[in-house]
Design a protein. Structure first.
Ligand SMILES: [Zn+2]
Length: 434
């Protein structure tokens, strides 16, 4: 196990990843050697999780129910804190607990647990089973540790949500503008004249072309709050699996205009990695080059279509393709904190314990997770309640929020509330911001 990853987790817990080592290292030690205690203001005692012979084996998995320290569940160690010579000694192993969540350790050990798309289901995860998936538990450990440190030891955390990413995956920019769309339009009994208009007329007529309305909603929030960005993830073709449909041509006039619309407003454009490249991650590089060619600029962010970043080590391919930040880390079937944190974190490979260069921006809430019958199946009221609960939990730790709303979720539909919910959530959000 590399010392580097453990040191990184210590700095992450303190919210000090940007600070030089010598500015925080004496604040939090990770040792059970009493001779070392006096070097630190606080010390977490290792529980044995990282020990050779234990790490990577099934008996290293935490047992339910979890023990709690000051109301917070932790995965390893004992709920005891003592003071020895002015140093707080914490026997709850918050370093191993945070590492377990941040590194997707559970997904490595439970390879046999996957849904039909090869994804680890949120409902099977320890955070869900232990009842804390909608809490950024690692960030909450950080708040707790600060209480054990002398005041002013660290820069203060923001009071409120620090940063918001309003993100959109462009899976289907249009419903009726392809030849298949024309056939669909006729099948939907929209009439020949209207169907031809959909195919050949202005894109604004298409029900999925909700971009002006979407950007206006986003703009209202970004005008109000400086700590807010808008991003869009485009598919770059390349995927030949049924779940990669509909495919669209980035060089077509419609897609060039759409890319122009996003770029003209200074929005971030990222790669929506195809379902097929999720199965064969080495294809990601080609898709990235294709998108860069089409949008005439470099692309350094990504999110997997269907959130199909399957195995923890698959993400190495993103690094090799030159992606710097990926935002696939949410569960498709449950909203909340797949990595146990709301903050962007460096990739840790649980198999090797090595730190990668890729940054993972946690995805907090995906629109269809709330409503889809395969996922949470919530009605409007419940969905809004759960989303606001998550906003509140991030506000309390001064963390970050990433929303994913698809353009077609904003299309009018009699049985979908997602468009209305998006507008209502963005209206409510300023009260939670830092
Ligand atoms: Zn997608």
């Amino acid at each position: 196990m590399t010392e580097e990853a453990i040191r990184y987790v210590r700095s992450f817990l303190l919210g000090a990843v940007q600070l030089p080592y010598n500015q925080w290292e004496s604040l939090l030690g990770y040792t059970d050697d009493p001779k070392q205690f006096s070097h630190y203001k606080s010390v977490i005692c290792p529980s044995g999780f990282f020990d050779k012979g234990n790490y990577g084996r099934i008996p290293s998995m935490p047992l339910l129910p979890l023990k709690k320290l000051e109301g917070l569940p932790f995965l390893f160690g004992e709920p005891e804190v003592e003071e020895i010579g002015g140093t707080k000694i914490i026997h709850a192993d918050l370093v191993a607990s945070a590492y377990f969540l941040l590194s997707r350790y559970e997904e490595m050990l439970r390879r046999e647990v996957r849904d039909p798309h090869g994804r680890f289901p949120g409902k099977q995860s320890l955070p869900y089973r232990a009842g804390f998936l909608r809490h950024p538990l690692v960030d909450e450990y950080g708040l707790l540790l600060r209480r054990y440190l002398p005041e002013g030891s660290l820069p203060p955390l923001p009071r409120g949500i620090r940063f918001v990413d309003l993100s959109h995956d462009i899976d289907a920019p249009f419903l009726y503008r392809s030849w298949k769309g024309l056939a669909r339009s006729l099948r939907d009994r929209r009439g020949i004249r209207r169907s031809l208009q959909n195919k050949f007329g202005r894109p604004e007529n298409d029900p999925y072309y909700t971009f002006p309305q979407m950007l206006e909603t986003d703009r209202k929030l970004t005008a109000l709050a400086g700590n807010c960005v808008i991003s869009a993830y485009f598919k770059a073709g390349g995927g030949n699996k049924p779940f990669d449909k509909p495919r669209y041509d980035l060089d077509s006039k419609d897609l060039q205009n759409l890319l122009g619309l996003f770029k003209g407003q200074g929005l971030s454009i990222g790669l929506h990695v195809s379902y097929e490249a999720g199965l064969h991650p080495r294809r990601i590089r080609k898709e990235k080059l294709r998108l860069e060619e089409a949008c005439g600029g470099s692309v350094s962010t990504s999110r997997h279509h269907f959130l199909c970043a399957r195995e923890p080590e698959d993400m190495e391919a993103l690094e090799k393709a030159g992606i710097l930040v990926d935002s696939s880390m949410g569960y498709a079937d449950q909203i909340g904190f797949r990595l146990g944190t709301s903050r962007t974190v460096r990739r840790i490979d649980p198999a090797t314990g090595k730190l990668g260069s890729l940054l993972l921006e946690p995805l907090t809430i995906m629109d269809c997770t709330l409503q889809d019958e395969k996922y949470m199946q919530l009605d409007y009221g419940e969905a809004k309640k759960y989303c606001l609960e998550v906003f509140e939990n991030i506000r309390r730790v001064g963390g970050d929020l990433c929303l994913l709303w698809h353009n077609n979720s904003l299309a009018e539909s009699k049985d979908a509330y997602l468009g209305r919910l998006y507008a209502d959530l963005l209206d409510a959000l300023p009260a939670y911001l830092a």
